[in-house]
Design a protein. Structure first.
Length: 476
């Protein structure tokens, strides 16, 4: 006797896409069966998903909740919305797992930074969640054994900045000597480096240039966080990883054709490197900065040209881009647009809810991607790269029963009023060709036909381990 059977004719499984019954018992998938193998009376409930798209629960591998927003002028510093708000929106949008950051600061142990994050998340999240470990600045010698320990404890992805991003954020950049030492630990202990790669010297030089020329409006952001910076920084960090062979790289928020090319070149040589882009980069360019409240489109690095968008789409097909994330920053409109200079604009976007639907529309309906490719980019690849597969990212026997059902008959005009995050959305007016009608987390129906059934204590902390094959060669 199963607790739930979901019957569909377009179900994406590792065995192929087609007519399958997802048989759920407790928190896991007990069987993926051919239609008719089990009768309706063999389950406590049967859901008919015929005519709909059934995929593994979405995975957003890059979000920031309770993220510090610096004060501007006489304003007060603040924090973005917490995991309760972000995860509720994610569930409504078909995403069941989130990866945030545990930020280490000077004077802390990594264990202390993880424990602080646990206090922020435990019992406060509707989705399952995990942490990248974010390192910053000068790395003391006694931190390297702690990095090894936290990898073994199930947090194997280590976030590294090659830039301070803006002049006001001094202290984030990690020098290449320290990165080299971190890579040695990752190679030995089975970790993966999650890189924010921009060339700090180029970026800071361009801040000085625009200040000197009196062109400090945020609409000039692409001149600072530019394609050359991405080219130089990507190739340098990739070359360093190649010298510590066996160090896998996850290049976060790839924004430019130069970044795509650098990833492709290393993958062609057999090195384990994976690219993440954001749906902002795929959908918007720096020309959007010129629109009213153009800050809503911005995240770091900056938006680029249409030619860069073309490269990002092509990179998905060729393998250089493996995942589509959000770099989620959930704050209200007044906070998002409070900065209007190149050196004070708030990054990130409120995008956890529309991500899956927007990408289905752009990938499947507009560009003809297969449903399997779409599911890979919004779920499965993130699970594989980040050490959650096949528990997450798969509709397979033994996997967590995380299921998203999209209804192509439920096309929707995206508006902030209909979303569940904040009071604005960069996708206002976007015509989504499908929308989630069912989200299941570990066997529990969390959202059905827009009605929410989740409990804030439903989310569980994910302990992860990177598969050896992912660390040795580009397998996706």
């Amino acid at each position: 006797m199963f607790d739930l059977i979901i019957r569909g004719d377009q179900v994406v499984t590792p065995q192929g896409t087609g007519a399958w019954d997802i048989c759920i018992e407790g928190e896991t998938i007990a069987a993926i069966a051919r239609p008719g193998q089990f009768a309706d009376d063999q389950a406590g409930r049967v859901i008919d998903a015929t005519g709909k798209i059934v995929i593994p629960g979405g995975i957003d591998p890059h979000i920031h909740s309770l993220w510090h927003i610096p004060a501007i002028g006489d304003g007060e510093p603040g924090l973005t919305d917490g995991p309760d708000v972000v995860s509720r929106a994610a569930i409504h949008g078909g995403t069941t797992s989130l990866l945030d950051f545990a930020t280490w600061s000077q004077g802390q142990t990594i264990e202390e930074s993880v424990n602080i994050r646990k206090q922020d998340w435990t019992g406060k999240c509707y989705a399952d969640y995990g942490y990248h470990i974010m390192l910053q600045g000068a790395i003391p010698f006694d931190l390297y054994p702690q990095i090894a320990e936290v990898i073994q404890e199930g947090h194997p992805s280590i976030k590294i900045f090659t830039t301070d991003i803006t002049p006001s954020r001094k202290g984030r950049k990690i020098t290449h000597g320290h990165i080299w030492e971190i890579f040695k630990v990752l190679k030995k202990e089975g970790g993966i480096a999650a890189i924010h790669a921009e060339d700090d010297e180029i970026v800071m030089h361009m801040y000085d240039v625009l200040e000197r020329e009196g062109r400090t409006g945020f609409e000039n952001m692409a001149e600072i966080h530019n394609t050359m910076s991405e080219d130089l920084s990507f190739r340098r960090i990739i070359r360093l990883a190649e010298h510590v062979e066996g160090t896998p790289l996850y290049m976060m928020h790839v924004s430019a054709a130069t970044g795509v090319a650098a990833i492709a070149a290393s993958r062609a040589k057999g090195f384990p490197i994976y690219g993440e882009t954001l749906h902002q980069y795929l959908m918007f360019t720096h020309e959007h900065y010129k629109l009213p409240n153009g800050q809503i489109y911005h995240t770091y690095p900056s938006l680029k040209e249409t030619s860069d968008q073309d490269a990002l789409w092509e990179g998905q097909l060729q393998g250089s881009i493996s995942t589509v994330a959000t770099d989620e920053i959930c704050c209200n409109l007044s906070t998002k647009v409070q900065g209007d200079r190149v050196d004070n604009v708030t990054g990130g976007n409120a995008g956890a809810e529309p991500r899956v639907s927007v990408m289905y529309t752009e990938m499947v309906q507009k560009r003809g991607y297969s449903l399997a490719k779409f599911a890979d980019l919004v779920s499965t690849n993130a699970a594989k790269i980040m050490g959650m597969y096949p528990r997450k990212g798969a509709l397979a026997a033994g996997s967590d029963a995380d299921v998203t059902v999209l209804d192509p008959k439920q096309s929707r005009t995206v508006t902030a009023a209909r979303l569940h995050e904040t009071d604005y959305t960069p996708w206002e007016g976007y015509e989504a060709g499908a929308w989630p009608t069912l989200t299941v987390l570990r066997g529990k129906v969390m959202m059905e036909d827009g009605e929410f059934f989740g409990d804030v204590k439903d989310g569980k902390l994910l302990k992860r381990k990177i598969a050896e094959e992912v660390r040795q060669r580009p397998v996706l």
